[in-house]
Design a protein around this ligand. Sequence first.
Ligand SMILES: *[C@@H]1O[C@H](CO)[C@@H](O)[C@H](O)[C@H]1NC(C)=O
Ligand SMILES: *[C@@H]1O[C@H](CO)[C@@H](O)[C@H](O)[C@H]1NC(C)=O
Ligand SMILES: *[C@@H]1O[C@H](CO)[C@@H](O)[C@H](O)[C@H]1NC(C)=O
Ligand SMILES: *[C@@H]1O[C@H](CO)[C@@H](O)[C@H](O)[C@H]1NC(C)=O
Ligand SMILES: *[C@@H]1O[C@H](CO)[C@@H](O)[C@H](O)[C@H]1NC(C)=O
Ligand SMILES: *[C@@H]1O[C@H](CO)[C@@H](O)[C@H](O)[C@H]1NC(C)=O
Length: 565
Amino acid sequence: MGGTRASCKPLECFILFLLLLNCVICSKRPHELGQTGSNPTRSKSNQHGWNWNLLMNNTGVVAMHMAVTHHNKVVIFDQTNAGPSQYRLRKCKARGGSRESSCYAHSVEYNIVKNKVRALHLATDTWCSSGSFLSNGTLLQTGGNGSGSKKIRYYKPCQNNGCDWMESKKEMFVRRWYASSLSLPKENSVIVVGGQSAFSYEFVPKTSSKPYDLPFLHRTFERNSKGNNLYPILHLSNNGHLFIFANRDSILFDYKKRKVVKNFPKIPGNGARSYPSTGSSVILPLDYNDNFGKVEVMVCGGAARGSYTAAQRRRYLTGLRSCGRMVITGNRHKWRMENMPGPRIMSDMLVLPTGDILIINGAKRGCAGWGTASDPALEPYLYKPDNGPGKRFQTLKKTKIARLYHSSAVLLPDGRILVAGGNPNNRYIMHGVTHPTELRLQALTPDYMDPQFDDLRPKDVMVIYPRKAHGVENGRIFNVTFGLTNDSGNLSVVAYAPPFTTHSLSMNQRMLRLECLGLESGGGQDRVQASVVAPPSIYVAPPGFYMLTVVNGGVPSRSSWLRIL
Ligand SMILES: *[C@@H]1O[C@H](CO)[C@@H](O)[C@H](O)[C@H]1NC(C)=O
Ligand SMILES: *[C@@H]1O[C@H](CO)[C@@H](O)[C@H](O)[C@H]1NC(C)=O
Ligand SMILES: *[C@@H]1O[C@H](CO)[C@@H](O)[C@H](O)[C@H]1NC(C)=O
Ligand SMILES: *[C@@H]1O[C@H](CO)[C@@H](O)[C@H](O)[C@H]1NC(C)=O
Ligand SMILES: *[C@@H]1O[C@H](CO)[C@@H](O)[C@H](O)[C@H]1NC(C)=O
Ligand SMILES: *[C@@H]1O[C@H](CO)[C@@H](O)[C@H](O)[C@H]1NC(C)=O
């Protein structure tokens, strides 16, 4: 076994040795792990170990929209017509918007390492718009309000400070305000769905001469509630079909044939889950153990029936407490419901490298909109999907900062969660209101990032592509090297598609547990090399940049970028 780092039993070793030459399994199934005796997996997750840090007092602009690029910078932008932001530009830009607005930044790029922002320049209004990373890592942003409502903008991330927004001369067919977008399983292509008075979908770049009507959006529209179906939730299933959820309904949609493949049951409970009754959603981690065959959607929170009209009269109804989980693959579909520790609207949901789900931001009462919510939900929840019923939710440490309408959260490559934004006012109002415009930037550091777990933490993760390639193709094997001083016997490699977040949606977010074929020592003291199998298809993992993380005994590394071609 020279040079290998096995934690398996001799007989298994012998068999595996014959099969793989590398006598190690990276990730053991739970039933196998019991046999190894000691289990160094750190299971006692400690809610007090989660720490809040204030990073900046003034980001300058509200983080209505936020996304992490593969250059480890965070693109943040607001609307452009909310008057002066708190970031005055040295030079006013003459064109676009009112003069008042154009002397102020409405977008910034946050440098994670330097903890600084720099101004970016938007030409037209991005209010309540959508975005997706293209397969080449460029952020494609679509729509907004007014003159920006049909616009297509690009943000090509860069290492230095040389990149800025670019607006395309091409436009979308229809105005897309409160629309959602999703990156498709092909090169640099996005679908944009819905929006205020837009009951249709279209592709960027265009593949047709007109937008396509989507009857599902007509059917789920509630006139007296400002729609309750805006910003529809979109997930890509493992066969390339789209899961579309709006209000309380959902379908599986074959966008190539323009056909509804499945009508799922209505999610139980009163109220609704889409804007302005904003809930949130993730797909639970997809796993190589079942050949990525099971796709399970989770939807949490939302607003009570009649919340929008009640909020106009300053009555804030208690939000929904329930979450629903439904497997969208196979042919038996049923929402399995469970309650969060408290009611919640406008929360963000993030999938963590451990496979747990973080539910953060939002309020307990009311709905989305200007001044339509009260009682900030200050305590994040952690949800452990694999625990037994009743043992899945945990309440984490409270923050003092309210994050209401127009706030967002993203997972950073260094393991922290960046939390920003919040503005229930239609201008920048810093004083004299219950919930002022929120420009403070925070990081939430998970317990597992604490230095006390550094002995287990894999270090300096490097992704090695096949010969001179600049990425790896689906189904191909690639290598990952990292420092490992203490092999827990429970090692996993996960790939995470970073989302574009706005209005509680995390567009394109997905987590994949990858198959690890073996571990061998490689290059230097305590350095090991894992052979990892890239996800099998473009439907399981659309081409693009993923955050790759090695998790040893429940302790994740910092992430490196993996490009899937
Ligand atoms: C490995 O990690 C486990 C869990 O943290 C710890 O109990 C054990 O002492 C560590 N072993 C070594 C050799 O560092
Ligand atoms: C934010 O402002 C407070 C009060 O002025 C100050 O004490 C604190 O150091 C500032 N924090 C940062 C991160 O700038
Ligand atoms: C990615 O593709 C888009 C659309 O084709 C293009 O505008 C952009 O420049 C490309 N980005 C890079 C980094 O090549
Ligand atoms: C822009 O916002 C206003 C509300 O302030 C709305 O009435 C109008 O329809 C929106 N315009 C577009 C093009 O979306
Ligand atoms: C991965 O490592 C194995 C074993 O050292 C080697 O044979 C293979 O060529 C490597 N693959 C890549 C993509 O570097
Ligand atoms: C292995 O680690 C993962 C976290 O990466 C954890 O969810 C799982 O429970 C662990 N398995 C066992 C058997 O301890």
